[in-house]
Design a protein around this ligand. Structure first.
Ligand code: FES
Length: 182
């Protein structure tokens, strides 16, 4: 079974919301890079729609290394209903913590981690990355930019990094937190 979590933000996502069972759609990709799943210990931080990749990522890490220590921090606004699917994450042997409203950074036990992966709203990822930098923890963020071509041709998704401008779709979307946020 393939599940998509879609936030309706523009024409493309509105159209996707109209897709019904039995309709056919064409998918291209995957494009760009991805989080490294070959890890022994990691904290995954997902906010809003950013929890969707974290769910998949946690599963992939555990498939590769069932002994891996994976802590999952989920941030949601007060009204969001958390699906059973995500509560089932505990069955994967993850340490799951959920925060409704406020700052997810309030519940992250940074001192326990050497590696943090984050996906969610930009202010959340910035805060996570800056705290990690301050505490000497390596962090990676999955940036969410408006994309037109998706294959590195239009430069519409440019990201300023420490060294040079990069394309979110082709060079990312995963970047070292300390390269993007200062
Ligand atoms: S969306 Fe066109 S270069 Fe990234």
């Amino acid at each position: 079974m393939l599940i998509f979590l879609i936030e309706e933000l523009g024409e493309g996502t509105s159209l996707l919301r109209t897709v019904k069972k039995g309709d056919s759609i064409k998918l291209y990709g995957p494009y760009g890079n991805s989080f490294n799943t070959d890890v022994d210990e990691v904290a995954l931080v997902g906010g809003g729609v950013g929890i969707a990749p974290m769910y998949y990522l946690a599963k992939k890490i555990k498939e590769k290394n069932p002994q891996a220590k994976v802590s999952l921090y989920i941030g949601l606004n007060g009204e969001t209903q958390i699906d059973k699917l995500f509560l089932n994450l505990k069955n994967l042997g993850l340490d799951v913590k959920v925060k409704f409203g406020g700052y997810i950074t309030d519940i992250i036990e940074f001192e326990k981690h050497k590696l943090v992966y984050a996906c969610g709203p930009d202010p959340m990822m910035e805060k996570v990355a800056l705290i990690c930098k301050d505490k000497n923890i390596k962090s990676y963020v999955s940036l969410d930019k408006r994309m037109a071509c998706g294959v590195g041709a239009c430069l519409g998704c440019t990201v300023k990094t420490k060294n040079r401008n990069k394309r979110c779709c082709k060079d990312g979307p995963i970047f070292l937190g300390s390269d993007v946020y200062e």
